[in-house]
Design a protein around this ligand. Structure first.
Ligand SMILES: Cc1cc2nc3c(=O)[nH]c(=O)nc-3n(C[C@H](O)[C@H](O)[C@H](O)COP(=O)(O)OP(=O)(O)OC[C@H]3O[C@@H](n4cnc5c(N)ncnc54)[C@H](O)[C@@H]3O)c2cc1C
Length: 407
């Protein structure tokens, strides 16, 4: 017999979307259960880049200074090496915000921080090692979630269920929601290389015929992402580790003397990239946000920030109806209406970059050169500030509108 838990809102998934929403709703005085299937937040490959849009939200919550005390690096400028030429792409220092830089925070730091801030609120209940397995549906309305915890089956009865279970969302599948696949011609090989004192701290990229490498500064090491054609990992493995090491070293000569830090294929994770979105993010009793509503490509490193923005928009619109047990489909539609346009815009930009820049580069045989606009962007005063603003703040930044009801 399944154990039964009653709550106002059940959130499936303790990633950026789920933890931020759980925190904001508990802060507004509501009872919330967040289910996370893993036993910790120590997963390595879920994005590092906390953009000024999210830092500005932390400022509004009075948490910015504390967050910046964490062991995280700050990135003010992003440069890319294209065909041997170094091009400065993004300069965030001119942004008029409280934190005009990107915080390079491994996601476990970010999620542990949210958990620490949420825990003191009476209504916040985080159930780790508890996996949502299905929806409970009564008369066409979602009334909760079935889950499996370490001590057996649990039924969580909830006035509202929010699917924050990421790109492989089983809840959106259980709800029969229609997904539009936008395609992604790339996958990523994810590995670490040692940081050396003379390297500097600039997160950047290396682009040349047949390859693309992103290096993210994480203090004592570089987190590297080698972008490869979709499905290309098998052929790379078959050619052998030494050939792959040489290929990466040729692409990013800075790393040539240290590729043996990758001792075996066990040190290289294959990350599958997918880009999709739901036509409708909700049905009676259920809302999907974050990657569960729109799986993001790593291009631009925006997915975490978009997931957080979805959570803020959802909390702003739902805390009051949830408090009155009166969440209607109209309320849920308002969340989608608010977030659909920025999502569409960013995914369109990601797909454009994937198809017009990344895929041709991965297939290129000859010389790769940066387009004129890229090389000259920094010397055109008004225009140079548009990409950093969009990149850092997104389209339609959110603001905290839900209250703090106290602990
Ligand atoms: C290779 C790659 C690199 C990326 N790099 C960046 C980057 O640098 N910066 C950036 O901003 N974005 C990046 N992204 C995108 C980013 O990872 C996502 O957009 C973001 O994590 C979405 O947050 P989320 O909370 O919606 O989902 P997720 O981060 O996927 O979180 C979902 C959570 O739900 C849990 N879960 C799943 N199923 C269940 C279940 N059934 N029951 C309970 N719990 C469950 C998972 O364990 C997880 O904790 C990258 C994506 C890829 C593929």
């Amino acid at each position: 017999m399944a154990r039964r838990v009653d709550t106002r809102c059940c959130i499936a998934g303790g990633g950026p979307a789920g933890m931020m929403l759980g925190f904001l709703l508990a802060r507004a005085g509501l009872d919330v259960v967040v289910l996370e299937k893993h036993g910790d937040f120590l997963r390595d490959f879920r994005g590092d880049t906390i953009h000024p849009s999210t830092l500005e939200l932390f400022h509004e919550l009075g948490l910015l200074d504390e967050f910046l005390q964490l062991p995280i690096a700050r990135t003010e400028r992003i440069g890319v090496h294209i065909g041997g030429e170094h091009i400065r792409m993004i300069n965030l220092t001119r942004l008029k915000v409280h934190a005009p830089f990107m915080a390079m925070a491994p996601q476990w730091e970010f999620l542990n921080f949210l958990e620490r801030k949420a825990r003191p609120y009476r209504g916040f209940h985080l159930m780790m090692e508890t996996e949502a397995t299905d929806l409970i549906i009564e008369n066409g309305c979602v009334t909760g979630v079935r889950a499996m915890g370490h001590d057996g089956e649990i039924e969580i009865a909830a006035h509202l269920t929010v699917a924050c279970d990421g790109r492989g969302s089983i809840l959106r599948a259980a709800a029969g929601m229609k997904v539009k696949d936008l395609g992604a011609p790339l996958d990523v090989l994810w590995f670490r290389l040692p940081h050396r004192p003379r390297d500097g701290e600039e997160t950047g990229g290396w682009v040349d015929a047949g390859g693309l490498l992103v290096n993210i500064y994480r203090g004592s090491y570089w987190q590297c992402a080698h972008v490869i054609p979709k499905g290309g990992a098998e052929a790379i493995r078959a050619a052998g580790l030494e050939a792959w090491r040489a290929r990466v070293a040729k692409l990013a000569p800075m790393f040539a003397g240290r590729m043996d830090a990758v001792a075996s294929w066990d040190d290289v994770k294959l990350l599958n990239v997918q880009v999709d979105r739901l036509e409708r993010w909700y049905r009676d009793g259920l809302l999907c946000i974050g990657d569960a509503a729109h799986a993001m490509s790593p291009v631009g490193g925006v997915g975490v920030n978009l997931a957080v923005a979805d959570a803020v928009a959802a909390a702003n619109r739902l805390w009051r109806p949830l408090g009155n047990r009166e969440v209607s489909e109209k309320d849920l539609a308002r969340v989608q209406k608010r977030r659909a346009w920025p999502t569409w815009l960013i995914q369109s930009a990601q797909v454009f970059a994937q198809n017009n820049f990344i895929a041709p580069t991965l297939n290129a045989k000859g010389e790769v050169r940066a387009p004129w606009i890229m090389r000259n962007l920094q010397s055109i005063p008004v225009v140079r500030d548009i990409p950093p603003k969009l990149f850092a703040m997104g389209w339609r930044p959110e603001h905290i509108g839900s209250p703090d009801a106290g602990h």
